[in-house]
Design a binder for this molecule. Structure first.
Ligand SMILES: Nc1ncnc2c1ncn2[C@@H]1O[C@H](COP(=O)(O)OP(=O)(O)O)[C@@H](O)[C@H]1O
Ligand SMILES: [Mg+2]
Length: 224
């Protein structure tokens, strides 16, 4: 479904070119739940940004269902992102003025779906994530774990092919992190949404279908 071939990315730095990704290869099948681990500064966020088409690689290929996405124009990339890719970050990035329900509806409204349809789907998702009674609250009135679950709902409401999650439980205590991770996993599995999740948690990584480690600009699959 999603395949990455020989992806390379460098950044200029005072010490010369910093080679962050070198010949990175990756295959993601429909519904795969994949963990990416690696030390801070190893290039995990850079990789996710490139896969999410928010940054460009220097060379290499990214194919989404046989479509080479590296060469698309910004307008087509924006459409592709809105239809096929969901994002979850370490902090929730919810819009503070909107309720939880409205935040989750937003990606569908942006796609041009009507309010009634978007509202029903958002409500259903919030229910699945145990947040039905929090739907009318704004982010300031949600706990960290609740806000992250709303962010999960927002990322999957368009039924994307791929969700990119950059340390989605990094700001949460252990118990809350476990709840958010389990719910995210269950929801994505039930909707057949593939996930690439950056995590520092060994136990979460082990609970994923595959684990990759990014080390010295090289990505390799780990077996436990
Ligand atoms: N836009 C940028 N310009 C220059 N250097 C960058 C840029 N983005 C990231 N880097 C550098 O690339 C390396 C990898 O960063 P990052 O992908 O954020 O790592 P990680 O997410 O694994 O902590 C770091 O050394 C970082 O300083
Ligand atoms: Mg990072």
């Amino acid at each position: 479904m999603f395949s990455v071939h020989k992806l390379c990315k460098s950044f200029p730095s005072p010490q010369g070119e910093l080679e962050v990704l070198k010949d990175v290869n990756l295959e993601v099948s429909k519904g795969d739940f994949i963990a990416i681990i690696g030390e801070s500064g190893s290039g995990k966020s850079t990789l996710l940004q490139i896969l999410g088409t928010l940054d460009k690689a220097d060379s290499g290929k990214i194919l989404l269902d046989q479509i080479e996405i590296q060469n698309l124009h910004e307008k087509d990339l924006a459409k592709l992102r809105s239809q096929h890719i969901g994002f979850i970050y370490q902090s929730h990035h919810l819009i503070p003025e909107l309720t939880a329900l409205e935040n989750v509806m937003l990606p569908l409204l942006i796609q041009g779906k009507n309010k009634h349809y978007a509202g029903q789907h958002a409500e259903q998702l919030l229910k699945q994530l145990g947040l039905f009674d929090r739907a009318q609250h704004t982010p300031a009135h949600l706990s960290g774990g609740e806000a992250q679950r709303v962010a999960v709902a927002r990322a999957v409401i368009t039924k994307p092919k791929l969700v990119l999650a950059d340390e989605p439980t990094g700001n949460l205590d252990e118990t809350t992190a476990m709840t958010v991770f389990s719910m995210m996993r269950e929801l994505c599995k039930s909707q057949n949404v593939a996930v690439l999740m950056v995590t520092h948690s060994q136990s979460f990584a082990k609970a994923c279908d595959k684990v990759y480690a990014l080390k010295k600009n090289t990505l390799s699959q780990l077996t436990f």
